[in-house]
Write a protein that binds this ligand. Structure first.
Ligand code: ATP
Ligand code: MG
Length: 434
């Protein structure tokens, strides 16, 4: 039988690397808490129509990247339900917002999530079929101030703070406004007119987009199409006064707060639901997959999936890409060094296994990191195992058990000491070297 492997585009995350994942997640939770965000956890699969209606039928995600299947019908008369592994989490959050009538609180909802997402893409560095996102949404009725440009600026400032706190230097905030749906309607016409002559020279996907959703042409990744895209009219020139004013207030607040940004008139993002402010944070160290995160406003999303008017703004960051960036930066890989316990307990003989477990239990309850050996090991093997796993070895033989005085050897200093059992926890809690 061929050996089984993780499915293409998925991978196992193992220690010590998972320590870095945890550190990033913990930092994100701490930073979000300071901005008064609470955590939301939505199901990993949803009704397929949620994504079709929110992300958009014409997007790459919905047209070719989703993992979709028909659930078995419960009764013969029932139509099987089409289900999809979530390719992103904003749709699920907004569905939950509507389902739980969170808008009726009259307050802004500030929600964050951390979890896996699924897209059938070509796997490569920084691009997987199961990947992780850390994201957040600010959503609420207009009366709660959900449309205020201050909300946009606050989210962007929070992201700058999070990346700085994580120690990710050298990021760029790419910023644009795609306007209201009316502005986009206007721009789509301008774009369609401009594309008439050049579209035949573009890729087949773009030729289709000209008809179905011309804005998506700007999102094309085919290198040969880029010079053509450069010549197309900019969306900024089609924005109405309201959209222009809103965007000007966002940028003014960013400048006041000292958050640097770069205006990118071609940035339209890959999801249909965005309106007004759109953004990406990129990092040069990532190569082709250079987007650390993306996001924007989605003022009409709730209504598009049958909910009340609930403007919002949010983002999703690629956790896999944050890990890659930090691993590349931390040349010493200190955060990825194997875990080293405070002590290794070596029972001398199998009769000492039970007392060793009791001692380990007490020390662990005192907060120490303990590796427990095995009484079948000879002393030499115990020392070898201890040297790999811990900073010290604690020998537990018959004599030690009777006298209550244990032998502790510190590997860094080579010093061997006798420590009374009652003082052991305090002794081991001290830094190594003694
Ligand atoms: P890209 O242009 O890199 O495909 P996207 O526009 O599809 O990104 P979003 O849907 O906005 O990305 O997702 C937000 C973030 O999630 C991205 O900036 C990226 O960091 C991460 N991400 C998206 N798809 C993947 C993937 N297949 N593997 C790993 N990370 C991903
Ligand atoms: Mg993508």
């Amino acid at each position: 039988m061929p050996t089984l492997k993780a499915v293409r585009g998925t991978r196992d995350l193992l220690p010590p690397e998972t320590a870095l994942w945890n550190r990033i997640e913990t930092t994100a939770r701490q930073v979000f808490a300071r901005y008064n965000f609470g955590e939301i956890r939505t199901p990993i699969f949803e009704d397929t129509s949620l994504f079709a209606r929110s992300v958009g039928e014409e997007t790459d995600i919905v047209s070719k990247e989703m993992y979709t299947w028909e659930d078995r019908a419960r009764a013969q008369s029932e139509k099987p339900q089409s289900l999809t592994l979530r390719p992103e989490n904003t749709a699920g959050v907004v569905r939950a917002y509507i389902e739980h009538k969170l808008g009726e609180t009259g307050q802004l909802q500030k929600l964050y999530y951390i979890g896996p997402q699924f897209r059938r893409e070509r796997p490569q560095k920084g691009r997987y079929r199961q990947f992780w996102q850390i994201g957040a949404e600010v959503i609420g009725p207009p009366s709660a101030g959900s449309e205020s440009p201050l909300r946009d600026a606050e989210v962007l400032e929070m992201l700058a703070t999070l990346l700085d706190t994580l120690g990710i230097a050298g990021w760029t905030l790419e910023l644009n406004s795609v306007g209201s749906s009316a502005d986009r309607e206007r721009y789509n016409q301008v774009l369609r007119a401009a594309l008439v002559d050049v579209a035949p020279k573009m890729c087949v996907d773009c030729q289709r987009r000209v008809v179905t959703n011309p804005l998506r042409v700007l999102d094309c990744k085919v290198p040969e199409d880029q010079p053509i895209i450069e010549t197309l009219p900019k969306i900024g020139d089609s924005l109405g006064q309201d959209s222009k004013d809103h965007f000007a207030q966002v940028t003014a607040a960013l400048e006041a707060a000292g958050v640097p940004y770069h205006l990118n008139p071609r940035l339209v993002r890959g999801l249909d639901y965005y309106t007004r402010t759109t953004f990406e944070f990129t990092h040069g160290g990532l190569g082709a997959q250079n987007a650390l995160l993306g996001g924007g406003r989605y003022d009409g999303l709730s209504e598009a999936i049958g909910g009340p008017k609930a403007p919002g703004i949010g983002f999703a960051m690629g956790l896999d890409r944050l890990v890659l960036t930090l691993q590349a930066k931390e040349a010493d890989h200190s955060s990825a060094s194997p875990q080293v316990a405070d002590a290794y307990i070596a029972p001398l003989g199998e009769a000492l296994n039970a007392p060793a477990l009791t001692l380990a239990r007490e020390l662990r309850r005192a907060g120490l990191h303990i590796e427990l050996g095995d009484g079948s090991f000879r002393l030499k093997k115990s020392f070898e195992a201890a040297d790999k796993a811990a900073r010290r070895i604690v020998i537990l033989g018959e004599d030690e058990l009777q006298s209550g005085i244990l032998t502790v050897k510190d590997f860094a200093s080579g010093i061997q000491t006798k420590v009374p059992c009652v003082e052991l926890a305090a002794h081991l809690a001290k830094p190594g070297g003694a």
